[in-house]
Design a protein around this ligand. Structure first.
Ligand SMILES: Cc1cc2nc3c(=O)[nH]c(=O)nc-3n(C[C@H](O)[C@H](O)[C@H](O)COP(=O)(O)O)c2cc1C
Length: 182
């Protein structure tokens, strides 16, 4: 059955390596009949979580802050699959992705036990080196803790500038992972 997929892209470079991977993933996923919505977080007005614990009141916009997360909340709540995409910044995901992800807590606040809605997920990353361990550890721990099921990871090392990723096998892997979702 066709799925709804949301990509949270934490790379500020639209022509960069992370976006090259998400483009291939999206191509494959759409060819398989899925619906894909990608958010380029860096060009959106998204503030950090206030830690107020007052979210979850409003279904459409569960957070007390009214910023561009209002575009993401309805798509996220409908989504079957959440793709976390980011460049590796100081051995972790970018601040843009972490900031948006923290704000999803407002959706969990709709549940009396703060349970996040059950989703499938994917991790996509690009880096100059290949030190993905901390990001993988975070992602694996997150999945376990909030009960999400990972469909796979595409981690492309040894790419620095836009275009470096051309010809890399990870592009095919991203396409195939997208294509495998049905
Ligand atoms: C602020 C910043 C921090 C970075 N930290 C790392 C790092 O810790 N390890 C690494 O291998 N590459 C690091 N890089 C390199 C990027 O991960 C690499 O250029 C990647 O291809 C960027 O993805 P993009 O093309 O989607 O922007 C860093 C780059 C920036 C701008």
């Amino acid at each position: 059955m066709a799925k709804k997929i949301v990509i949270l892209n934490g790379s500020p470079r639209r022509n960069g390596n992370t976006s090259a991977l998400t483009a291939q993933f999206k191509k494959g996923a759409e060819e398989a009949g899925n619906t894909v919505t990608e958010f380029h977080l860096s060009s959106m007005n998204i503030h950090g979580c206030l830690g107020c614990w007052h979210g979850g009141q409003d279904t459409e916009c569960p957070c007390v802050q009214r910023d561009d997360m209002m575009q993401i909340y309805p798509v996220y709540q409908e989504a079957d699959v959440v793709v976390l995409a980011s460049p590796l910044y100081y051995w972790f995901i970018s601040g843009q992705l972490k900031t948006a992800f923290d704000r999803l807590f407002a959706v969990a606040e709709r549940d009396p036990n703060y349970r996040n809605p059950k989703k499938q997920s994917v991790l996509i990353m690009a880096a100059e080196g290949a030190g993905f361990e901390e990001s993988e550890h975070w992602y694996d721990h997150l999945e376990k803790h909030i009960g999400w099921k990972s469909l796979g990871k595409v981690l492309c090392g040894w790419v620095t500038q836009p275009g470096d990723i051309a010809g890399k096998p990870e592009l095919t892997r991203a396409y195939e992972l997208g294509r495998s979702i049905q």
